[in-house]
Write a protein that binds this ligand. Structure first.
Ligand code: GLU
Length: 481
């Protein structure tokens, strides 16, 4: 019987969840779902200086918001916990003792200064920096003496000669000559397990079947496989996916704009947009469809289907997907999503009729590629936010438009009210009376009554404004100079 599928996402809680890491989590989640496996969330917080509880909380929250739910994790029951590495230190210590006893690892007392000058020397000679093995053959006496002097060693793995070969599910056969691998540190001088070591112990103890992670970890994998060999354990299957690049094809970073999931959330991207977008970065559905529900993605997802080429982030595509999801969100959810942005813009929503707010939301959804853009349009519907944009002003003050504004005003004044069924006849009447059509008329009407050059469909906007407000704004427009 083949081993049950167990995968893990193992973030270091040193900051916000980056979209690149969310994509790694998503690939693990999709693979687990597809294979009826288990998805584990493990917090790799051994860098105690930089890890924070707030970051753990934020990562959990962002994953939940995205709908990437874990079966086992720090807050969920599972048989292989605890799921925070700082709660597993004794396990690492016990294994380090075994490796030390078997002389698979050794104590190294080299100072950071020595290591730094060694590195510089090697680089100057055009060599690849590598630990020179000075402490490899220290005798027990020498070791004891150095320790009695108060020196605290690191534990280094004794890398032998040979090659490490593995089949990567995305990259195919990978081969590393151990000549290029330094005797790496498995326990730091403060006694804390280093990443490669803790990771292997945990992946084994948690019966992880597949390690799916970014290509930035490719160079760690041969080290980890050496550790598996030394322990006599079977390594998991590895899959290293390419990382997301910025539009200039350098690794995606803050200088390319937002990188944290929470930033996208605040700006008003929907979780389904981000999931859909992240999976499309480097993966295409066999049907070629781009708008995909999570169920659909799970159905057709496969790791070997991931491209080996690094995908470039495209804000335009992300916004395109988001517009789609905003337009297709059901009414109640849309309102729930948009109203907080009204509040944020200073509109006390409890003071307004729910039906009026709902109509505004339904109308504006067509204009939004992110939810927060709704704020730009609130001036149309709430007088306290109303003003004429500079471009609108420029049109309204044109001498040839002054008379037209007067004609528009007197036509509107003839109506008792502008309702849904009177907006179309009014616009037709204005075409006749002004002798204008299309943009020259509608641009002027829009500028005069919404203060803006673009916005929601006029015929639907006017009934929401109502006659009184239309008249008031036209009069204001006519007084502009
Ligand atoms: N803590 C590591 C990281 O965040 C995990 C890498 C791995 O998946 O092994 O990059």
């Amino acid at each position: 019987m083949s081993q049950p599928v167990r995968v893990r996402f193992a973030p270091a809680p040193t900051g916000l969840l980056h979209i690149g890491n969310a994509r790694t989590a998503l690939f693990n989640y999709l693979f687990a779902k597809k294979e009826n496996g288990t998805f584990i969330l493990r917090i790799e917080d051994t860098d105690v200086e930089r890890s924070t509880d707030a970051s753990i909380e934020a990562i959990l929250q962002d994953l939940r918001w995205l709908g990437i739910n874990w079966d086992e994790g720090p807050d969920a029951r599972g048989s292989s916990g605890p799921y925070r590495q700082t709660q597993r230190l004794s396990l690492y210590r016990d294994h380090a003792e075994i490796l030390l006893g078997e002389r698979i690892v050794y104590k190294c007392f080299c100072s950071p200064e020595r290591l730094e000058s060694l590195r510089k020397e090697q680089l100057a000679k055009g060599m690849m920096p590598k630990y020179d093995g000075k402490c490899r053959s220290l005798s027990e006496n020498e070791t004891a003496k150095l320790e009695s002097e108060g020196l605290r060693p690191v534990l280094r793995f004794r890398v032998g000669k040979g090659t490490v070969v593995f089949e990567d599910l995305i990259h195919g056969r990978m081969s590393f000559d151990t000549n290029g691998i330094s005797d790496f540190i498995i326990v730091r001088s403060d006694g804390m397990a280093a990443y490669n070591f803790a990771c292997v112990i945990d992946d084994h103890a948690m019966s992880i079947s597949h390690v799916i992670r970014g290509e930035d970890h490719l160079s760690n994998t041969p080290r980890q496989i050496l550790l598996y060999r030394a322990m006599g354990w079977q390594p998991p299957v590895f899959a290293h996916h390419p990382l997301i690049l910025g539009p200039d094809r350098s690794p995606l970073s803050k200088r390319h704009g937002a990188t944290a999931v929470s930033q996208y959330m605040e700006e008003g991207f929907l979780p389904e947009t981000l999931l859909n977008y992240l999976v499309l970065l480097g993966w295409a559905s066999p049907s070629g469809e781009e708008i995909l529900t999570l169920e659909k993605i799970i159905e057709s997802f496969s790791l070997p289907g991931l491209s080996r080429n690094a995908p470039a982030h495209s804000r335009k595509k992300l916004e395109w997907l988001n517009s789609h999801y905003i337009r297709n969100t059901d009414k109640d959810r849309l309102i729930q999503l948009l109203l907080p942005y009204f509040e944020k813009a200073g509109i006390p929503i409890s003071a307004w009729a729910p039906e009026y707010l709902a109509q505004i939301c339904l109308l504006l959804k067509e204009n939004l590629s992110v939810l927060s853009q709704v704020e730009e349009y609130l001036g149309i519907f709430f007088d306290q936010k109303f003003s004429f944009e500079e471009e609108a002003k420029a049109i309204l003050i044109l001498p040839e438009n002054k008379n037209l504004l007067q004609t528009i005003l007197s036509t509107i004044e003839e109506y008792s009210e502008i309702k849904e069924d009177s907006a179309s006849p009014l616009l037709r009447q204005l075409e006749e009376k002004t002798g204008r059509k299309g943009k020259p008329l509608y641009g002027l009407l829009r500028a005069g009554m919404t203060g803006k050059m673009k916005g929601p469909e006029l015929v639907k906007t006017l009934p929401l404004l109502g006659k009184e407000r239309m008249v008031k704004r036209l009069k204001m427009a006519m007084e502009l100079s």
